[in-house]
Design a protein around this ligand. Structure first.
Ligand code: SAH
Length: 488
């Protein structure tokens, strides 16, 4: 039998994590690169000495506070005696070479910055979530690629994984006592990591996670507690780039997504590929599923042990009936997490160039719903028709004419600037700008459709200077660029 194991690439490293607590480490060099390396060593608990005639400000500061020792001199091979690890980061190749040669003759592991040939070990790009550490190496092929991968993993890995690892460390002894046999212990930890304990930790419910873990250790009983949970997630106004990291993370772990018509396709595409997708609708009065049925469905799916993502446009607690849905879950005892999203007003404001408040123009901002009830608008007009205030109206397209009329009737000038932002933040975004007097006719002329927001107030005038988003050159029915920008 051939037992030779060939290196897997032309240069294959042995990956290891060194315990350097209390060990002597020498850094040769006094510049910013040496400072970064020295800090990495310090983080792992090493006692660091820096050998260099002069120090950069960061190293000087670390020396001053007593974090490391400084030997103000040029390097000599004898400096390495007694060290367990060495790093050279000077800008003089001959010094780096002599550090490497001295370390090798003393059999001390050595790393030379940016020089794999002179190094006996290389330093990976590290994601640090103590006690969890993830190290990435490209064997020196591309540090930039390693950093890119690190950023990618950082963004996808919920921060709480570090806390989950700390929890496991805390219960290691107890698990050994309870399950002395390694296979049984492994199964126990698999239950923890795949089940409700991990789920609760990742959702920031640490006390409940600890309780469930204790119960699992005592009785085995928690293993049949379903891991089901509902995440009420705000998907933002449409541009997938505006999704929060947390939203992306939970969408990538979803078993099933229940989504509304406002959720853009580009956002649904970011969910885990195998996740089931169920449209539960809600387009004004045209509900695919009545609200009680949506609530009951979420409870049922969670009780079956599913990770349910209830995905809504914008923010779930801004005109999203999120409060009602969570109340049902809370009454049913189903665990939940709420992930906020960028509400349409903020998305529209940014992408249309209309700041919602501004020191010179508007000191307050009110969000209201313009949804018609029995054909009329029942709003507190006196509160809305105030100077130096921005009013943002959700669901206001159908009632636009009434809305503008009432605001004027209650004291706002007919010339008050007003805009409609249709499909805000999407490539198809359109903005129709006018005044309270002219906007209804302009909107009808442009055939503006929901979803669209009405923004009323002096801040609308700033669009000319602050607008920047221009993926919106969509030809209209007449084949010319549509009324994207100002229709005065
Ligand atoms: N929870 C959502 C609002 C739901 S109410 C949020 O926080 O944004 C639905 C209304 O939101 C629509 O009628 C429209 O007025 C507004 N809306 C949602 N997405 C929008 C978008 N991309 N562009 C313009 N308005 C939008």
């Amino acid at each position: 039998m051939n037992t030779r194991i060939a290196p897997t690439a032309d240069r294959s490293y042995f990956a290891a994590f060194l315990d350097l607590r209390g060990k002597r480490g020498i850094v040769v060099g006094g510049g910013p690169v040496a400072a970064l390396k020295a800090e990495t060593l310090l983080r792992s608990g090493a006692q660091v000495t820096v050998v260099a005639p002069e120090l950069c400000p960061r190293l000087a500061e670390l020396t001053l506070v007593g974090a490391l020792r400084h030997e103000a001199k040029r390097f000599q091979p004898g400096d390495l005696v007694g060290a367990e690890i060495t790093i050279a980061a000077t800008d003089d190749p001959s010094v780096n070479e002599s550090v490497s040669a001295a370390a090798r003759s003393l059999r001390i592991p050595v790393n030379v910055a940016d020089n794999a040939a002179l190094s006996s070990f290389i330093m990976p790009s590290v994601i640090d979530r103590p006690p969890l550490q993830i190290a990435i190496s490209t064997a020196g092929a591309s540090p930039v690629l390693a950093r890119k991968l690190r950023t990618l993993i950082e963004s996808l890995l919920p921060f709480a994984y570090g806390r989950l690892a700390a929890l496991a460390a805390r219960f290691r002894g107890a698990s050994k006592q309870r399950y002395p046999e390694p296979d049984a212990r492994r199964r126990f930890w698999e239950d923890v990591m795949d089940g409700p304990v991990a789920e609760m930790m990742l959702a920031g419910r640490e006390p409940q996670a600890v309780e469930a873990l204790e119960r699992l250790l005592e009785t085995d009983a928690a293993s049949d507690v379903a891991a089901g949970m509902v995440y009420l997630v705000g998907g933002g106004p449409g541009d997938p780039g505006l999704l929060t990291l947390r939203a992306l993370q939970v969408m990538q772990r979803a078993d099933i997504l229940l989504y509304d018509h406002l959720v853009a396709k580009g956002i649904l595409d970011l969910a885990r590929r195998d996740a089931e997708r169920l449209y539960v609708g809600k387009e004004a009065d045209n509900h695919a599923l009545p609200q009680q049925d949506i609530n009951a469905l979420m409870v049922r799916l969670a009780r079956e042990g599913k990770r349910v993502v209830r995905l809504k446009g914008g923010d779930p607690y801004v005109f999203g009936r999120g409060g009602e849905e969570i109340e049902t879950l809370s009454q049913a005892g189903v665990p939940f997490e709420v992930v906020p999203g960028i509400t349409a007003a903020c998305g529209a404001a940014a992408y249309a160039g209309i700041p919602l408040t501004h020191r010179d123009h508007s000191h307050a901002c009110v969000f209201v719903t313009g949804h018609l009830k029995d054909g009329t608008l029942d709003l507190n007009w006196d509160v809305l028709a105030r100077p130096r205030q921005t009013v943002v109206i959700y669901m206001g397209v159908r009632g636009l004419a009434q809305l503008c009329e009432q605001l004027v009737a209650h004291g706002l000038g007919r010339e008050t600037p007003a805009a409609l932002v249709e499909k805000a933040t999407l490539d198809t975004q359109r903005v129709v700008e006018g005044t309270l007097a002219t906007l209804p006719a302009l909107a009808a002329g442009e055939n503006v459709r929901p979803p669209a927001l009405v923004i009323v107030g002096d801040v609308v005038r700033l669009r000319g200077r602050l607008g920047w988003f221009s993926r919106n050159q969509v030809p209209n029915a007449a084949g010319r660029p549509s009324a994207v920008n100002s229709v005065q």
